[in-house]
Design a protein around this ligand. Structure first.
Ligand SMILES: Cc1cc2nc3c(=O)[nH]c(=O)nc-3n(C[C@H](O)[C@H](O)[C@H](O)COP(=O)(O)OP(=O)(O)OC[C@H]3O[C@@H](n4cnc5c(N)ncnc54)[C@H](O)[C@@H]3O)c2cc1C
Length: 421
């Protein structure tokens, strides 16, 4: 490749082809900023939309509707080519990728001059038997839809007359494995659904409902300041959300989880949220990776040893430091690579990536949130208002912002919908 006044050129003199894998936080922010006059941009992802995951827990109970937090990739940016497909293999020597269409499974090959790998991560089950078959995850919109459906099913089934008490209590036990931000936020949303809507709709069942969080480590929210983690425990005690720490799960079946100490916990709905692992594509790549199988990149987010291969977001890590697997890291990396490629196309020098930590937020239910910022450790009602305003400003389109505000108002006025279809 070489640069001229029109940008980076391929060996044959045409505009350089930039292929981006993924439509998540990293890829989306890159696509938004890349100079489409300088590159032929092709995006490959099995998901034809961007998903704003920080508000995904709110969709599991209907506080926010599913379509309010997604943005179709085809309308997000003009003059990009999109294929709804999985990248199944990368031939680094030939500079081609192999893809499988997500809908009709057709295989095809695409050439690239520059490749950006932003394929995120998968749910980590640590190989614990029965998790994959019986638990629900919370990563994609389809997961949130399945959870919402299952919650309503549990209540409808539990209201069958002459059901044994044991079976009713099992159906109404909402069990979350993993005390990180995602598990905590789901528990908080489930609690709000219970006290604001289900209590009135199913008054005879409400005393049998339980929400429990199982955490293998000593503390929940271990990435947050210890005072905020302790505050959450106290807050959950008042909400009657049970938190069991040092409770490692060793096996799961269709009705109960088996703990390390030999005890069992029956459940009606099981959410598994214990961390992330690497995707099959990343596992298959013969490039340098760390012990968590994340691709090792240099200070320009280029894969070690290559100048035309980039990796960013949850699937990448730096050789000298590890950044958290969060949306803000992925977003900043995507924006950085777009600007770096735009600079390269103009023949300018690259500057290394610098990460700015904006802090962490989490919703803990009953109009209370946590904010772990460098300057302040906020919690409570005012922090909840801050939490809502931050996410509102971070949503990626004006349409999303309007829809989310309308959803919040709709929930406040009419409550959450419990129809099953
Ligand atoms: C419920 C939930 C709540 C969260 N809340 C927060 C929060 O409040 N704050 C925060 O900072 N972070 C949060 N996160 C974490 C954040 O979502 C991730 O860190 C972020 O999405 C990582 O961005 P990414 O672009 O690397 O991956 P992703 O956003 O996961 O995107 C990966 C993309 O790659 C695509 N893909 C996968 N395999 C292939 C393949 N083989 N070929 C082509 N494309 C492929 C996927 O379809 C997807 O489009 C949350 C995550 C979840 C699940």
């Amino acid at each position: 490749m070489r640069a001229d006044s029109h940008g980076l050129l391929s060996e044959d003199g045409s505009k350089a082809t930039l292929v981006v894998l993924g439509t998540g936080f990293a890829a989306f922010s890159l696509i938004k900023e890349i100079d489409v006059d300088a590159y032929e941009v092709t995006v490959v992802s099995p998901r034809n939309h961007f998903l704003f995951t920080p508000l995904l827990p709110s969709t599991t109970v209907g506080t926010i509707e599913f379509r309010s937090i997604i943005e179709p990739i085809r309308t997000a940016r003009e003059r990009i080519q999109f294929y709804q497909a999985w990248c199944t293999d990368i031939d680094i020597q030939k500079r081609t990728i192999q893809c499988q269409h997500a809908l009709d499974k057709t295989m095809f090959i695409l050439p690239y001059d520059i490749l950006v790998i932003a394929v995120g991560a998968t749910n980590n089950t640590y190989g614990i038997p029965g998790v994959e078959q019986n638990a629900l995850f919370l990563k994609e919109l389809a997961d949130a839809r399945a959870i919402r459906q299952r919650i309503i099913e549990c209540f409808e089934r539990a209201s069958i007359p002459e059901l044994s008490e044991e079976r009713r209590k099992r159906l109404l036990h909402f069990l979350i494995v993993g005390g990180g931000p995602t598990g905590i936020e789901f528990a908080a949303e489930m609690h709000d659904f219970l006290v604001e809507d289900l209590r009135e709709i199913f008054p005879s069942l409400i005393d049998d409902v339980r929400i429990t969080i199982l955490e293998a480590a000593e503390h929940i929210l271990s990435t947050f300041d210890a005072t905020l983690s302790a505050y959450t425990i106290k807050h959950f005690e008042r909400q009657k959300i049970e938190v069991l720490t040092k409770s490692g799960v060793v096996k799961v079946d269709a009705e109960q989880v088996f703990l390390q100490d030999g005890s069992t916990v029956p459940y009606g709905l099981l959410i598994w949220s214990t961390g992330i692992g690497s995707t099959l594509l990343v596992q298959s790549l013969a490039v340098l990776k760390d012990k968590h199988a994340r691709i090792v990149v240099d200070q320009y987010l280029r894969i070690q040893g290559f100048t035309n291969l980039y990796a960013l977001g949850d699937c990448a890590t730096f050789h000298d430091r590890m950044l958290p697997a969060t949306a803000q890291v992925a977003q900043q990396e995507g924006r950085y690579v777009a600007r770096a490629l735009n600079r390269l196309a103009k023949g300018k020098q690259l500057e290394p990536f610098r990460y700015k930590d904006w802090g962490m937020l989490a919703y803990i239910g009953s109009h209370r949130a946590l904010a772990d910022l460098a300057a302040v450790k906020g919690r409570g009602f005012a922090t909840w208002l801050f939490w809502r305003s931050v996410y509102l400003t971070r949503l990626v389109s004006f349409k999303n912002k309007i829809l989310v505000v309308l959803d919040w108002m709709k929930t406040l006025i009419f409550g959450r919908d419990i129809s099953r279809f």
